[in-house]
Design a protein around this ligand. Structure first.
Ligand SMILES: CC(=O)N[C@H]1[C@@H](OP(=O)(O)OP(=O)(O)OC[C@H]2O[C@@H](n3ccc(=O)[nH]c3=O)[C@H](O)[C@@H]2O)O[C@H](CO)[C@@H](O)[C@@H]1O
Ligand SMILES: C=C(OP(=O)(O)O)C(=O)O
Length: 472
């Protein structure tokens, strides 16, 4: 397939990757992300950061929007897509269904006119959580979906029962067979509008049901839905494709189904979790940095906590924050408590990074994780760096800095994305060298992390093993 196969593609450099399923097309396989499994990060601390960092597009906003292109005929153009293993995997999933997908640096074009399959590549689905979202669009537009159980961070059981019950409420017949969710629109008819109250405001289930309901016959009312900014971003995109959705960002979403939706363009919103992670990088290194492409209201919870700890946070323009933790009087930052929860509560995806900061603050802090039942793995790695943390179930008691005690570099293992980032932050603050393995987890969610940190003045590099010399 040539780059000009889609008529809306302007003349420009060829795509980095093409994904398409039909055998008549050239098939270029997804990059093999397993190759990064033996990479490590080496950080020499302590670092003092300065300067400016621009936040990339949001992974968690991009993934459902990419899935939603399956609801639309023709071509959709999604820009400001972060170049991450997760977004590349999603592109490959769409390609495995027969969509023509062209991946440029920060832009993905998806033409769904060639979609002939309703069973995406299971290996790819099992790598990321967001891959499962295609179940909604496939079922709604093509009447069937056979989708393997998803992957993503190993931070809890992460079932898909709410998706299944919600799709049943829209008239789907759903079975679990051969390790896959097999869903059909009953009697060969499409989905029908219905009412569904989620037991818990699951982000992915809300997004999946919004996509499915957009093409169902009649009105759907979803209640106790997720209110995360990514849900609102998806609603904006779907509306631009012709969908009729009201209430996203609130507790109840009402969707009037349409018989078809058309391709559209969309710019992915900035990543609030990446923004929060850099705010915490400034705080843990007691530095001052400016961060652009932030939506301050998306990170207001963290702003409040950091201000209470003693950081100065100044809004320089609509989407630019200056975060300073430089002490003018020798006083340390104060510890604080957090309890994660659905938006607008403290985001679970910033819990590990915040825990890293708290290990360097004065006093004791309590970290309560209420969203995922197994999201404390990073605490054990932080302890290897000298942190004092006691974990009891989903609660951690963090004893902060005492009598000048500080973190010191060591070898640690990232076992999930945000836990990995908490180790990077701790490594920036620690004395000596911190070597982090399991970098492939961090690569799922932070675009150009090493380069961004280097530009802020951190001494950080990726260690890539040399290839073995050929056997004689
Ligand atoms: C790709 C993506 O957008 N990932 C985000 C999304 O994940 P994800 O959409 O998977 O998170 P959910 O909001 O669905 O999960 C929240 C809780 O609900 C439970 N649950 C979920 C679905 C279900 O059918 N049954 C059920 O019990 C989960 O196990 C978890 O305990 O929101 C999470 C919560 O903000 C974030 O941490 C993830 O970064
Ligand atoms: C948990 C996360 O991602 P995922 O849902 O894709 O595993 C995350 O982004 O922190």
């Amino acid at each position: 397939m040539a780059a000009t196969a889609i008529s809306t593609v302007p003349l420009r450099k060829p795509p980095l990757c093409l994904y398409s399923q039909p055998q008549t097309q050239t098939q270029i396989k997804a990059p093999d992300h397993s190759k990064t499994h033996d990479h490590k990060l080496a950080i020499n601390g302590p670092s003092e950061l300065s300067g400016h960092v621009a936040i990339s597009g949001s992974k968690n906003a991009a993934l459902p929007i990419l899935a939603a292109t399956l609801c639309c005929s023709g071509t959709s153009k999604i820009t400001n897509v972060p170049s991450l293993s997760d977004t590349r995997t999603m592109a490959s999933i769409l390609g495995s269904l027969g969509a023509e997908v062209e991946v440029f640096d920060d832009e993905i074009l998806v033409n769904t006119d060639g979609v002939r399959s309703f069973e995406p590549n299971s290996e790819e689905i099992s790598k990321i959580r967001g891959g499962f979202f295609v179940v909604g669009p496939l079922l709604a537009r093509f009447g069937a979906a056979v989708v393997a159980f998803p992957g993503g961070c190993d931070i809890g059981a992460r079932p898909v029962d709410l998706y299944i019950r919600g799709l049943r409420a829209l008239g789907a017949v759903v079975d679990l067979r051969d390790g896959k969710v097999q869903a059909y629109a009953a009697n060969g008819r499409g989905l029908v509008g219905g009412r569904f109250q989620l037991d818990y405001p699951s982000v992915g289930a809300t997004e999946t049901l919004m996509m499915a309901a957009s093409l169902a016959d009649g009105v759907t009312v979803l209640s106790n839905v997720a209110k995360e900014p990514e849900v609102v971003s998806l609603a904006h995109f779907l509306r631009d494709t012709g969908a009729c959705i009201e209430g996203a960002g609130g507790d109840r979403i009402v969707i009037k189904g349409k018989s078809s939706l058309h391709g559209s363009e969309c710019t992915v919103a900035p990543d609030r979790i990446e923004a929060g992670s850099f705010m915490l990088a400034a705080a843990i290194t007691r530095s001052c940095i400016s961060i652009s492409r932030v939506v301050p209201s998306d990170v207001s919870c963290l702003i409040d906590k950091l201000r209470a700890a003693g950081c100065k946070i100044r809004r320089c323009s609509r989407d630019n924050l200056e975060v300073s933790a430089v002490s003018t009087d020798g006083a340390n930052l104060n510890g604080f408590d957090i309890k994660t929860g659905p938006f607008p509560a403290f985001p679970t995806d910033l819990q590990p990074q915040t825990m890293a900061l708290l290990t360097t603050c004065d006093g004791s802090s309590i970290v309560e994780e209420s969203v995922f039942e197994r999201r404390m793995g990073h605490a054990h790695e932080l302890i290897k760096l000298g942190a004092r943390i006691q974990v009891c179930g989903s609660t951690a008691l963090v004893s902060g800095k005492d009598r000048g005690r500080s973190l010191s570099g060591s070898s640690v293992v990232a076992t999930d994305l945000r836990g990995g980032m908490s180790l990077v932050l701790a490594g920036l603050a620690a004395n000596g060298t911190t070597e982090i393995s399991g970098v492939e987890h961090i690569d799922r969610g932070y675009e150009n992390l090493v380069m961004k940190l280097q530009r802020l003045g951190a001494d950080v590099k990726k260690l890539v093993p040399l290839p073995c010399p050929p056997q004689q």
